[in-house]
Design a protein around this ligand. Structure first.
Ligand SMILES: O=C([O-])CC(=O)C(=O)O
Ligand SMILES: [Mg+2]
Length: 387
């Protein structure tokens, strides 16, 4: 098989909300279609990818470096020994003449292509991606359903505590059991917001995660830690700068509850430094590396191998991003779960339109590949790329 053409574009996923570090008024996203020469029912199979959320589109890198290398490679360089499309062989091609370190947003560009390659490989095999992953990289089996938590609770102009409560109630009504909200703007107001959400959760802090988005210095991290420890929260997320491992290690000495971080670490090397130096505790903390932002699933598997060598279970990983790609990865690599954005980051965010969350878990469906075809508003955008 051969990739006949690559079609890359940028779409807005902007909104009026903000976290403690950025607003999303200018947020956008790279999207990609890889058209193959494999024809089924009179149509070529096409693999689709996009770059999760939270980092801007990476079109320049895709257009100038990554896609030209992919498209110039002899077809055989992208295949495995059995003649199937090999995302790991393609990874080596895409990363030719790229120095180590300084991963920046190159990892985002490679992640978009890696997602499309995996979508295509599974479609060629005629199976849902989780099955393809389980067969090629896993133990041959996937979890039938995946734990998901509902992420939201953003700051937004005019948003009241009652609005926040209504949002969280909506998540519970939709079948979620754990919810996440943003904190980090103002201690007094944040404590009131947390208590408002706890009211909706019947006072059960173990069902509420809070996310600082990297805003705090060490003093603020410890101050908030002292204030929120009493609630017994699900986790305290990305408290300081993603690369400030010392801050995280000091926090872990003082805060007994679970800590989550890693959504802004984009490489094996960064994830390894996190595990080596950030004081994370394999019995309670969570690693949130997002395969779409961090060089794709090929790199994410290397991260999983590294974690296993350091005594970490894959069940301690719950990727950031709330996308369908990670949902398949979570099922096939037996992760702890996956993020979900029931309301945000449209049209890319969320799972298939017919996905049902029950008891805080979502079942995988049988659509071939990642299954963007089951997400009407998004597949329309993706198909327009190669129409
Ligand atoms: O607000 C964001 O950038 C998204 C985020 O941190 C998350 O989903 O954990
Ligand atoms: Mg986060």
């Amino acid at each position: 098989m051969r990739i006949v053409s690559a079609h890359e574009g940028t779409i807005p996923i902007s909104s009026s909300m903000s976290n403690a570090f950025i607003d999303f008024s200018q947020m956008d996203c790279s999207v990609l279609a890889l058209v193959s020469d494999v024809v089924v029912d009179g149509k070529p199979l096409v693999g689709y990818g996009f770059n999760s959320n939270g980092r801007y589109s990476a079109g320049e890198i895709l257009r100038r470096r990554i896609l030209p290398r992919l498209m110039a490679a002899p077809a055989d360089d992208l295949l495995d020994e059995a003649g199937g499309l090999s995302p790991s062989a393609a990874w080596d091609v895409m990363m030719r003449n790229e120095k180590p370190g300084g991963h920046g947003e190159r990892s985002v560009a490679v992640g978009v292509v890696d997602m499309a390659l995996h979508d295509l490989a599974a479609k060629v095999a005629g199976v849902p991606l989780h099955r393809w992953i389980a067969e090629h990289y896993g133990d041959g089996t996937s979890d039938e359903s995946v734990f998901v938590y509902a992420a939201g609770g953003y700051y937004a102009p005019g948003k009241t505590h009652a609005d926040l409560q209504a949002e969280m109630r909506g998540f519970l009504d939709a079948g979620y059991e754990v919810v996440k909200m943003k904190i980090g703007n103002d201690l007094v107001d944040d404590l009131r917001r947390i208590e408002a959400v706890l009211e909706v959760l019947g006072g059960d802090g173990s069902r509420l995660a809070v996310d600082v988005n990297g805003r705090f210095d060490l003093d603020a991290a410890l101050l908030y830690a002292r204030e929120i420890e009493q609630y017994g929260l699900f986790w305290y997320e990305e408290v300081g700068d993603p690369l400030d491992f010392h801050l995280n290690a000091t926090l872990a000495e003082h805060y007994r509850g679970p800590i989550a971080t890693g959504e802004n670490l984009f490489s094996l090397q960064d994830a390894r430094n996190l595990v080596r130096y950030a004081g994370l505790r394999p019995d309670r903390d969570w690693i949130q590396v997002d395969p779409a932002l961090g060089y794709g699933l090929v790199e994410y598997r290397r991260i999983q191998d590294m974690l296993a060598q350091h005594g970490w279970s894959s069940r301690r990983c719950i990727p950031h991003g709330g996308h369908q790609f990670s949902l398949h990865i979570a099922a096939a690599l037996k992760l702890g779960g996956n993020e979900s954005y029931p309301g945000e980051f449209q049209p890319t965010g969320g799972f298939a339109d017919d996905a049902v969350v029950e008891g805080g878990r979502v079942r995988l469906d049988d659509r071939p590949g990642i299954g963007f075809e089951g997400k009407a508003a998004f597949i329309e955008v993706l198909r327009a790329l190669h129409a």
